[in-house]
Design a protein around this ligand. Sequence first.
Ligand code: 9ZP
Length: 298
Amino acid sequence: MEPRLRRRRSRQLVATFLRDPGSGRVYRRGKLIGKGAFSRCYKLTDMSTSAVFALKVVPRGGAGRLRLRGKVEREIALHSRLHHRNIVAFHAHFADRDHVYMVLEYCSRQSLAHVLKVRRTLTEPEVRYYFRGLVSGLRYLHQQRIVHRDLKPSNFFLNKNMEVKIGDLGLAARVGPAGRCHRVLCGTPNFQAPEVVSRNGHSAKSDIWALGCIMYTVLTGTPPFAAAPLSEMYQNIRDGHYLEPTQLSPSARSLIARLLAPDPDERPSLDHLLQDDFFSQVVPEGGPTPADPVPAAL
Ligand code: 9ZP
């Protein structure tokens, strides 16, 4: 009986019109744009201004949902205080009996994962472009003593002007004075650093490691430590052992090696990262914005 009840709850319909009792704003829910493990996402329009947003809906209440509720509350508390052009803007949140609603910045070009799916790999000038935005957003997060802990292309959203916005702060955490967070990781973050695999805690430098994995993946089309079985992948991660991407430029290869240093202290800080030779290359012809890789969503 219990599982059926729970299922019914999570399938509760989301109304077509939603009113935020705090601000009095009325929104019209648009089409479904995606589903997560616990959430559903929709396009959303503010009825009085016609502004468009992305809506994340999480079911609330019911047995066994207390932990999820705590998680959502933490995500809201953390994300709603952040203001930066390279972090997805958090516009509002409200709740009714069945759901918690988060009104977020709409990114009509979806995410870097979507671009990658269409393109398979990116060029080095494109990576320079995306990383400048990512580093800027991540520097802001780290300055607020927040580690993201789940950096990956599907969490890098793109607005209509192809500006990068870091999103999904569901796994993000504040780090203590020692700069490390030992909370057990829920979910399966993709690009785990050696110190995370060895359970020595996640620091800002673990996010830097993830940037190395992402740079490798977007330039070669394959993640650096992919291996079966999983135990072999973890061994490769601990050893910093990956297939040398010989097809890439020397400056790209050397930056990847710096980011994927097994010792976190040896990885560059975000400021030093942008001073790397890889970033001091000339801007490609046609300006710093990459050509549209994906047609705009309708
Ligand atoms: N998805 C196809 C499966 C139907 C889409 O077409 C699609 C289109 C989008 O814009 C046109 C879009 C996502 C998927 N845009 C978007 N998604 C966001 C987002 C902003 N914009 N976010 C803001 N903060 N977090 C993100 C997140 C949740 C709202 N997403 C997506 C992640 C998965 C679904 C929505």
